[in-house]
Design a protein around this ligand. Sequence first.
Ligand code: AMP
Length: 218
Amino acid sequence: MVNLVIFGAPGSGKGTYASRLKTKLNVEVIATGDIFREIIKEDTPLAKTIKSYVEKGLLVPDEITLEILKQNLAKIPKDKGFLLDGYPRTVEQAKALNEIAKIDAIIHLVVPEWIIIERLSSRRICKNCGAIYNILFLKPKNDMICDNCGGPLYQREDDTPEVIRRRIEVYEKQTQPVLQYYKEKGVPFVEAKCEKLETPPEEIVDQILMGLKNLKLI
Ligand code: AMP
Protein backbone atom coordinates (compact mmCIF):
# COMPACT_ATOMS: atom_id res chain seq x y z
CA MET A 1 0.00 0.00 0.00
CA VAL A 2 1.47 3.32 -1.03
CA ASN A 3 0.30 6.92 -0.56
CA LEU A 4 1.55 9.39 -3.15
CA VAL A 5 1.14 12.97 -4.28
CA ILE A 6 1.73 13.90 -7.91
CA PHE A 7 3.00 17.44 -8.48
CA GLY A 8 3.39 19.41 -11.63
CA ALA A 9 2.18 22.64 -13.18
CA PRO A 10 -1.23 22.65 -14.86
CA GLY A 11 -0.73 20.78 -18.13
CA SER A 12 2.32 18.85 -16.94
CA GLY A 13 0.32 15.64 -17.44
CA LYS A 14 -0.73 14.85 -13.85
CA GLY A 15 -4.16 13.57 -14.81
CA THR A 16 -2.87 11.55 -17.75
CA TYR A 17 -0.19 9.80 -15.71
CA ALA A 18 -2.39 9.41 -12.63
CA SER A 19 -5.04 7.52 -14.60
CA ARG A 20 -2.34 5.13 -15.90
CA LEU A 21 -0.68 4.72 -12.49
CA LYS A 22 -4.04 3.95 -10.85
CA THR A 23 -4.16 0.36 -12.14
CA LYS A 24 -0.41 -0.27 -12.04
CA LEU A 25 -0.14 0.77 -8.39
CA ASN A 26 -3.60 -0.31 -7.20
CA VAL A 27 -4.30 3.14 -5.77
CA GLU A 28 -7.35 5.39 -5.74
CA VAL A 29 -6.76 8.66 -7.54
CA ILE A 30 -8.20 11.73 -5.84
CA ALA A 31 -8.10 14.70 -8.21
CA THR A 32 -9.55 17.75 -6.48
CA GLY A 33 -9.96 19.64 -9.79
CA ASP A 34 -12.07 16.77 -11.22
CA ILE A 35 -14.16 16.65 -8.05
CA PHE A 36 -14.77 20.40 -8.22
CA ARG A 37 -15.79 20.17 -11.89
CA GLU A 38 -18.33 17.49 -10.93
CA ILE A 39 -19.73 19.60 -8.06
CA ILE A 40 -20.03 22.65 -10.33
CA LYS A 41 -22.53 20.77 -12.51
CA GLU A 42 -25.00 20.78 -9.58
CA ASP A 43 -27.32 23.69 -8.83
CA THR A 44 -26.32 24.40 -5.22
CA PRO A 45 -24.84 27.36 -3.31
CA LEU A 46 -21.62 25.33 -2.84
CA ALA A 47 -21.41 24.76 -6.61
CA LYS A 48 -21.77 28.52 -7.24
CA THR A 49 -19.05 29.38 -4.72
CA ILE A 50 -16.63 26.81 -6.16
CA LYS A 51 -17.38 27.92 -9.73
CA SER A 52 -16.57 31.54 -8.93
CA TYR A 53 -12.98 30.50 -8.08
CA VAL A 54 -12.39 27.76 -10.66
CA GLU A 55 -13.52 29.85 -13.62
CA LYS A 56 -11.00 32.55 -12.72
CA GLY A 57 -8.15 30.07 -12.19
CA LEU A 58 -8.01 30.95 -8.46
CA LEU A 59 -7.70 28.46 -5.60
CA VAL A 60 -10.91 27.35 -3.90
CA PRO A 61 -10.74 28.29 -0.17
CA ASP A 62 -8.93 25.77 2.03
CA GLU A 63 -11.93 24.97 4.29
CA ILE A 64 -14.00 23.78 1.33
CA THR A 65 -11.10 21.92 -0.29
CA LEU A 66 -10.04 20.13 2.90
CA GLU A 67 -13.59 19.00 3.69
CA ILE A 68 -13.96 17.54 0.18
CA LEU A 69 -10.57 15.82 0.45
CA LYS A 70 -11.54 14.23 3.78
CA GLN A 71 -14.82 12.94 2.37
CA ASN A 72 -12.99 11.34 -0.55
CA LEU A 73 -10.18 9.84 1.57
CA ALA A 74 -12.83 8.26 3.80
CA LYS A 75 -14.25 6.34 0.80
CA ILE A 76 -10.96 4.52 0.04
CA PRO A 77 -10.95 0.80 0.97
CA LYS A 78 -8.59 0.04 3.88
CA ASP A 79 -6.26 -2.14 1.77
CA LYS A 80 -5.73 0.53 -0.89
CA GLY A 81 -3.37 3.49 -1.06
CA PHE A 82 -4.00 6.77 -2.85
CA LEU A 83 -2.55 9.12 -5.40
CA LEU A 84 -3.45 12.77 -4.89
CA ASP A 85 -3.59 14.96 -7.98
CA GLY A 86 -4.09 18.66 -7.39
CA TYR A 87 -3.82 18.54 -3.59
CA PRO A 88 -1.98 19.99 -1.67
CA ARG A 89 -1.51 23.25 -3.55
CA THR A 90 -0.45 25.39 -0.56
CA VAL A 91 1.71 24.81 2.51
CA GLU A 92 -1.44 25.16 4.66
CA GLN A 93 -3.07 22.34 2.69
CA ALA A 94 0.08 20.20 3.05
CA LYS A 95 0.05 20.73 6.82
CA ALA A 96 -3.64 19.82 6.99
CA LEU A 97 -2.95 16.64 4.98
CA ASN A 98 -0.10 15.76 7.33
CA GLU A 99 -2.63 15.59 10.18
CA ILE A 100 -4.78 12.99 8.40
CA ALA A 101 -2.46 10.79 6.27
CA LYS A 102 1.15 9.71 5.76
CA ILE A 103 2.69 10.46 2.36
CA ASP A 104 5.32 7.92 1.18
CA ALA A 105 6.67 9.85 -1.79
CA ILE A 106 6.18 12.86 -4.03
CA ILE A 107 6.08 12.41 -7.79
CA HIS A 108 7.38 15.62 -9.33
CA LEU A 109 6.78 16.27 -13.03
CA VAL A 110 9.28 18.65 -14.55
CA VAL A 111 7.99 20.15 -17.81
CA PRO A 112 9.08 23.34 -19.62
CA GLU A 113 6.47 26.12 -19.87
CA TRP A 114 6.23 26.07 -23.68
CA ILE A 115 5.16 22.41 -23.59
CA ILE A 116 2.54 23.24 -20.95
CA ILE A 117 0.98 25.98 -23.06
CA GLU A 118 0.98 23.86 -26.24
CA ARG A 119 -0.57 20.94 -24.40
CA LEU A 120 -3.29 22.80 -22.56
CA SER A 121 -4.51 24.69 -25.59
CA SER A 122 -4.95 21.40 -27.48
CA ARG A 123 -6.29 19.29 -24.57
CA ARG A 124 -9.72 17.70 -24.82
CA ILE A 125 -11.56 15.74 -22.11
CA CYS A 126 -14.37 13.20 -22.20
CA LYS A 127 -17.57 14.63 -20.71
CA ASN A 128 -18.58 11.16 -19.54
CA CYS A 129 -15.52 9.43 -18.08
CA GLY A 130 -12.91 12.21 -17.82
CA ALA A 131 -10.35 10.52 -20.13
CA ILE A 132 -7.80 13.02 -21.41
CA TYR A 133 -6.83 13.49 -25.07
CA ASN A 134 -4.78 15.93 -27.08
CA ILE A 135 -5.83 16.86 -30.59
CA LEU A 136 -2.17 17.21 -31.63
CA PHE A 137 -0.51 14.04 -30.35
CA LEU A 138 -2.84 11.95 -28.17
CA LYS A 139 -5.74 11.85 -30.56
CA PRO A 140 -8.95 9.87 -30.09
CA LYS A 141 -9.55 7.24 -32.79
CA ASN A 142 -12.73 9.05 -33.89
CA ASP A 143 -12.84 12.81 -33.95
CA MET A 144 -14.13 14.31 -30.66
CA ILE A 145 -15.43 10.93 -29.38
CA CYS A 146 -13.92 9.11 -26.38
CA ASP A 147 -12.12 5.81 -27.18
CA ASN A 148 -13.07 4.39 -23.75
CA CYS A 149 -16.77 5.10 -23.51
CA GLY A 150 -17.96 6.85 -26.71
CA GLY A 151 -18.72 10.06 -24.78
CA PRO A 152 -18.30 13.51 -26.35
CA LEU A 153 -15.00 15.37 -25.88
CA TYR A 154 -14.90 18.99 -24.72
CA GLN A 155 -12.38 21.72 -23.99
CA ARG A 156 -12.14 22.93 -20.40
CA GLU A 157 -13.28 26.53 -19.90
CA ASP A 158 -10.08 27.33 -18.00
CA ASP A 159 -7.86 26.00 -20.82
CA THR A 160 -7.77 29.41 -22.49
CA PRO A 161 -4.45 31.30 -22.86
CA GLU A 162 -5.35 34.00 -20.31
CA VAL A 163 -6.55 31.58 -17.64
CA ILE A 164 -3.66 29.17 -18.40
CA ARG A 165 -1.18 31.97 -17.67
CA ARG A 166 -2.97 32.76 -14.40
CA ARG A 167 -2.98 29.09 -13.37
CA ILE A 168 0.76 28.76 -14.05
CA GLU A 169 1.36 31.94 -12.02
CA VAL A 170 -0.73 30.59 -9.12
CA TYR A 171 1.18 27.29 -9.32
CA GLU A 172 4.60 28.94 -9.24
CA LYS A 173 3.68 31.21 -6.34
CA GLN A 174 1.71 28.88 -4.10
CA THR A 175 2.74 25.35 -4.98
CA GLN A 176 6.52 25.60 -5.24
CA PRO A 177 6.76 26.27 -1.47
CA VAL A 178 4.85 23.02 -0.94
CA LEU A 179 7.68 21.09 -2.65
CA GLN A 180 10.09 22.84 -0.31
CA TYR A 181 7.93 21.81 2.65
CA TYR A 182 8.14 18.13 1.65
CA LYS A 183 11.89 18.36 0.96
CA GLU A 184 12.43 19.76 4.44
CA LYS A 185 10.30 16.98 5.94
CA GLY A 186 12.52 14.43 4.17
CA VAL A 187 9.71 12.87 2.08
CA PRO A 188 11.40 11.14 -0.91
CA PHE A 189 10.93 12.58 -4.42
CA VAL A 190 10.59 10.80 -7.74
CA GLU A 191 11.34 13.22 -10.57
CA ALA A 192 10.04 12.61 -14.08
CA LYS A 193 11.28 14.92 -16.81
CA CYS A 194 9.41 15.56 -20.04
CA GLU A 195 11.43 17.46 -22.61
CA LYS A 196 9.46 16.79 -25.80
CA LEU A 197 5.89 17.63 -26.69
CA GLU A 198 5.25 14.21 -28.18
CA THR A 199 6.79 12.04 -25.40
CA PRO A 200 4.37 9.10 -25.01
CA PRO A 201 2.71 8.96 -21.57
CA GLU A 202 3.99 5.37 -21.08
CA GLU A 203 7.60 6.62 -21.13
CA ILE A 204 6.94 9.00 -18.23
CA VAL A 205 4.90 6.38 -16.37
CA ASP A 206 7.88 3.97 -16.68
CA GLN A 207 10.23 6.64 -15.28
CA ILE A 208 7.87 7.07 -12.31
CA LEU A 209 7.54 3.32 -11.67
CA MET A 210 11.33 2.92 -11.84
CA GLY A 211 11.77 5.73 -9.31
CA LEU A 212 9.25 4.16 -6.92
CA LYS A 213 11.01 0.77 -7.26
CA ASN A 214 14.36 2.39 -6.46
CA LEU A 215 12.79 3.75 -3.28
CA LYS A 216 11.49 0.21 -2.55
CA LEU A 217 7.94 1.55 -2.30
CA ILE A 218 6.61 -0.92 -4.89
P1 AMP B 1 -6.92 21.23 -11.83
O1 AMP B 1 -7.87 20.34 -12.55
O2 AMP B 1 -6.07 20.50 -10.83
O3 AMP B 1 -6.10 22.10 -12.76
O4 AMP B 1 -7.82 22.24 -10.95
C1 AMP B 1 -8.75 23.11 -11.57
C2 AMP B 1 -9.15 24.21 -10.60
O5 AMP B 1 -9.78 23.63 -9.43
C3 AMP B 1 -7.99 25.03 -10.05
O6 AMP B 1 -7.59 26.07 -10.95
C4 AMP B 1 -8.62 25.56 -8.75
O7 AMP B 1 -9.54 26.59 -9.03
C5 AMP B 1 -9.42 24.36 -8.26
N1 AMP B 1 -8.62 23.46 -7.37
C6 AMP B 1 -8.22 22.19 -7.64
N2 AMP B 1 -7.51 21.67 -6.61
C7 AMP B 1 -7.47 22.63 -5.65
C8 AMP B 1 -6.86 22.73 -4.36
N3 AMP B 1 -6.15 21.72 -3.83
N4 AMP B 1 -7.06 23.88 -3.66
C9 AMP B 1 -7.77 24.90 -4.17
N5 AMP B 1 -8.34 24.90 -5.40
C10 AMP B 1 -8.20 23.78 -6.14
